[in-house]
Every structure is written in structure tokens, then in C-alpha cells.
Design a protein around this ligand. Structure first.
Ligand code: FAD
Length: 440
């Protein structure tokens, strides 16, 4: 980024490290608010897995406030659960021993979450990322730029960014949206700090998307057309329709008592046979779903920041957002949703910093950014850390490893309702008002 003379002191220049979902959402929110943005992404081009993603109403409200075009993109490509119907139903995947029993609510349904506003919009992650990327003005993204370190010295007018290719860039503020293995976090908390090391909740995930007809043949139409969690001992299977109901997204999670090979890569080779062994004794519908997985595939190690939460989301003119701040296991299915909230709060905080510096000089600007990022960190830390803890417990519950709660449908329902309330009852209006006040 260049300093274009005095005007550059007034218009904030922000560098976003990482062009994942949260980096791009935040960029769009900042551009919409008149802030100059550059995204530095280490990959040579956009990349996202072709797996499913679902967003809560709160996340959608945040998207609309960030930039209404984001919600248009999501709306175009997503499969929406019926808000008047149950949002997700939780089934016993283990005990029913015939397909008809497995579809019989009186025999296999553990509980349902009430409908009302618990509507999820599910989409294919890669489609959402590409749809949003198309909204970015030319020149905003620099690919092939892997950040290796930064220098936020008080004596420098700007933060210096060092990349693996030897190049250097400078900017007023840095947003670390670089995911669970965040380099920004490592520099921000110090390389020896335990928060640099994600934790392994001893769970692996196998994912696939199958034609909806194959899904219907395995679990029945009613279940295939809505979000379902199939629970059992040491494993759980999440399924929901995507691509306007043409595909069924299936995520199979299994308890893994050993250590994950190659935690840095987060994936390891896997076979369908592994899954077949896990579902011995489970209901025939789950055994059938397993047959839709390819014979050879990869499995994902699930990592989170439960054991070593980061002590702050901001230091100086640098902050963390999305998984870089609070990577959680996927059991509550809202990791990215919480990141979307970060993006909105951060955008509003930086706008406040920008207006603070319109008439200020160099020192005024630095102080305004530091103040705004601290306000952002304080606004988001509790919720970010809560979701990591809560999501872990949900996983143990679905896999019947959370005391008696998992096998006890009523207790499980109560626990889930409590967590859902925290997720869905987030008052976006209030948080925006509060951050505007706190950051100004
Ligand atoms: C199985 C599974 C299912 C999930 N389902 C859901 C769901 O339904 N709903 C939901 O809300 N959440 C879900 N999540 C969570 C969600 O995937 C994450 O929260 C989300 O993808 C995080 O986005 P991010 O942009 O913060 O990080 P990432 O997607 O990890 O993006 C980080 C980006 O930074 C880049 N990068 C990394 N290091 C550097 C560097 N040094 N320099 C430059 N670039 C760098 C990477 O290449 C990448 O593009 C799920 C997670 C899993 C594992």
C-alpha cells in the first residue's frame, strides 16, 4: 500500500491477511464503509472446499448490514430450511434396526428444535466464497502472499508486513483472518504462547455430498429434505440438503482416541472401510449412508482453541477475527456465523476509528485504531470463547460421551436449547450501537 499524501491519513488503509470466508466478508463490509482494503492470500487463487455451510438468522442480519449484496449472493445459492417447520431434528442413529423404524418418529426421534426463527440457510462453501469474491473491486486481492511476520512499532507510521516471497507492505491496521493456524495470532501473542497451538478434541470428520435421490433412498424423504443429526455411541452424522435440494451434504464425525497424524495439515488419508467398521451395529440407514462415501478419501482432524484460548483479540494496530480468533469444533455448526458477527463489529469499530481521525494527525490516527481494536476485542471475546467450549460439549453429547446427557433426549434438548438461545438471541442492533460508542 502506498501513502498518497495527507489524504491517506484520513482514509484508513486496512490489510486483511487471509482470503477465506471471513476475510472476504470483512473486506466487503469495510469497502462499503469507504475504507481502503487489501486482502493478502497465500494461495494462488480462491480456494474453499466443496462442503456445505449453514448460516443463522443473526449471521444473515450481520451480512446484510456489512453489505446487502452478500445476503443476495447467499440467498441465490442457498437451501433454506422452513422456518415454520422444525429446524433440525435429532435422531437415534444406533438403535433402530430397520429403515422403517429409523423413520418412525415414535421409535427413533430423540427431539426436535422448535421452528420459529431458527431457519438455517445452507450452501456450498466454495460457491459462497466465489460469489462474494465477484463483488470485490479489481485490485483488492493479492494472491500468493503468505504473511510470515509483521512489525507494529510505535515509531512507524504504519505496520510493516513481511511476506514469504521477501516483499514488504505497509498499512494502518491489520486484520488476521488467517484461520486456525494463524500466523498473525502467533506474532500477536508470541511464538511461545500456548494459544499458538490448536487443541485436538479427538474427533475426525469425513465429508461428502451425494445426489439427493441417494440420500432419500438411505434415510427417507422427510429426513433428506431437512437438517438432521443422527446420534450414537462415539459418532454422529449431520445431513442437510444443499444446492436447492439437489444434493445431500453429509458430515460423519467419529471419536478418535489416538493422536491425529500431521496436525498442521489437518487432513489424513482415509477409507470407506474405516467408516464401515465404526457403524457396525448401527441402524441400516446409517450403514447405507456410509456406502455413499468414496472408497478412498481424506478425513479432517477437528481442531479448536478450547484448551488454549487466545488472551486477547487485539494488540496495537493488529487484531484477529474468525477462526484465527476462536476456531471451534463444528458441532454447533456456527463457527463461521460467529466470524460473520466479528466482521460486522470490526467494520463498525474501524469506521469509528476513521471518523475519529478525519481531523487528527498521525498520533491521533494510531491511538484511534488501537482504541477501536481494543473495543472490538472486548465486545467479542466472551462470545468467541463460549462458542468454542459449547461446541465441544455438543460434540460429546451427540456422540453419547457427555455423562448421561447424550443418551437422555430430554437433557440433550435442554442443553441444546440453552445454547441455541445464546446464538440466536444476539441483539445485532444493540451490539452495533455499543461498538460505535465504545470505539469512538
Ligand atoms: C466440518 C466443518 C463444518 C463446518 N460447518 C459450519 C457451518 O455449517 N456453519 C458455520 O457457521 N461454520 C461451520 N464451520 C466452521 C467454518 O468452517 C469456519 O469457522 C470458517 O471457515 C472460518 O473462516 P475463516 O475465514 O476465519 O478461516 P479460513 O476459512 O481457514 O480461511 C483462512 C484463509 O487464510 C489464508 N491464510 C492462512 N495463513 C495465511 C498467511 N500466513 N498469509 C496469507 N494467507 C493465509 C488461508 O489460505 C485461507 O484462505 C465448519 C467447520 C468444519 C471443520
Amino acid at each position: 500500500m502506498t501513502n498518497n499524501g495527507s489524504a491517506a491519513f484520513r482514509s484508513l488503509e486496512v490489510a486483511i491477511i487471509g482470503g477465506g470466508i471471513i476475510g472476504v466478508l470483512t473486506a466487503l463490509g469495510l469497502i462499503q464503509r469507504g475504507i481502503e482494503v487489501t486482502i493478502y492470500e497465500r494461495a494462488p487463487t480462491w480456494h474453499e472446499v466443496s462442503a456445505g455451510f449453514a448460516f443463522t438468522g443473526v449471521a444473515r442480519e450481520c451480512m446484510e448490514r456489512l453489505d446487502p449484496r452478500i445476503l443476495d449472493v447467499l440467498s441465490r445459492i442457498s437451501q433454506k430450511t422452513d422456518p415454520n417447520d422444525a429446524s433440525t431434528s435429532y435422531w437415534n442413529g444406533y438403535h433402530p434396526q430397520t429403515k422403517s423404524d429409523a423413520q418412525d418418529e415414535s421409535k427413533a426421534l430423540l427431539f426436535q428444535m422448535p421452528g420459529n426463527k431458527l431457519e438455517f440457510w445452507g450452501c456450498v462453501r466454495a460457491h459462497f466464497l466465489l460469489g462474494m469474491a465477484a463483488l470485490l473491486p479489481d485490485g483488492v486481492v493479492q494472491f500468493g502472499k503468505q504473511l510470515v511476520s509483521y512489525n507494529d512499532s510505535e515509531t512507524n507510521e504504519k505496520v510493516l508486513l513481511n511476506f514469504a516471497d521477501g516483499s514488504i507492505a505497509e498499512t494502518h491496521a491489520v486484520l488476521g483472518c488467517d484461520g486456525i493456524h494463524s500466523t498473525i495470532r502467533e506474532v500477536l501473542v508470541g511464538a511461545d504462547h500456548p494459544a499458538t497451538r490448536p487443541s485436538y478434541p479427538h474427533t475426525v470428520a469425513y465429508r461428502t455430498m451425494i445426489p439427493i435421490d441417494a440420500g432419500i433412498a438411505a434415510i427417507g424423504k422427510a429426513k433428506a429434505m431437512t437438517g438432521c443429526m443422527h446420534c450414537g455411541p462415539n459418532a454422529n452424522v449431520m445431513s442437510y440438503p444443499v444446492m436447492n435440494g439437489t444434493l445431500l451434504n453429509v458430515a460423519f464425525f467419529a471419536h478418535d482416541p489416538s493422536d491425529f497424524p500431521g496436525p498442521e495439515r489437518m487432513t489424513a488419508p482415509a477409507t470407506r472401510e474405516e467408516l464401515e467398521r465404526i457403524v457396525v451395529g448401527w441402524g441400516p440407514h446409517i450403514v447405507d449412508i456410509v456406502q455413499s462415501f468414496p472408497e478412498e478419501m481424506v478425513k479432517w482432524g477437528i481442531f479448536d482453541m478450547n484448551e488454549h484460548p487466545t488472551p486477547t483479540y487485539a494488540r496495537g494496530r493488529v487484531c484477529l477475527a474468525g477462526d484465527a480468533a476462536h476456531a471451534s469444533s463444528p458441532f454447533q455448526g456456527v463457527g463461521a456465523c460467529i466470524g460473520v458477527e466479528d466482521a460486522l463489529v470490526l467494520s463498525e469499530a474501524l469506521v469509528a476509528a476513521q471518523s475519529n481521525t478525519i481531523n487528527g494527525g498521525h498520533h491521533g490516527q494510531r491511538a484511534a485504531i488501537v482504541h477501536a481494536l481494543q473495543a472490538y476485542s472486548q465486545a467479542r471475546m466472551d462470545r468467541g470463547q463460549w462458542v468454542v467450549r459449547s461446541s465441544r460439549e455438543m460434540g460429546q453429547m451427540y456422540q453419547w460421551r457427555y455423562g448421561r446427557t447424550g443418551r437422555d433426549a430430554e437433557r440433550s434438548k435442554q442443553k441444546l436449547e440453552g445454547a441455541s438461545q445464546i446464538i440466536w438471541d444476539y441483539n445485532v442492533d444493540k451490539i452495533v450501537t455499543e461498538i460505535k460508542l465504545a470505539a469512538s
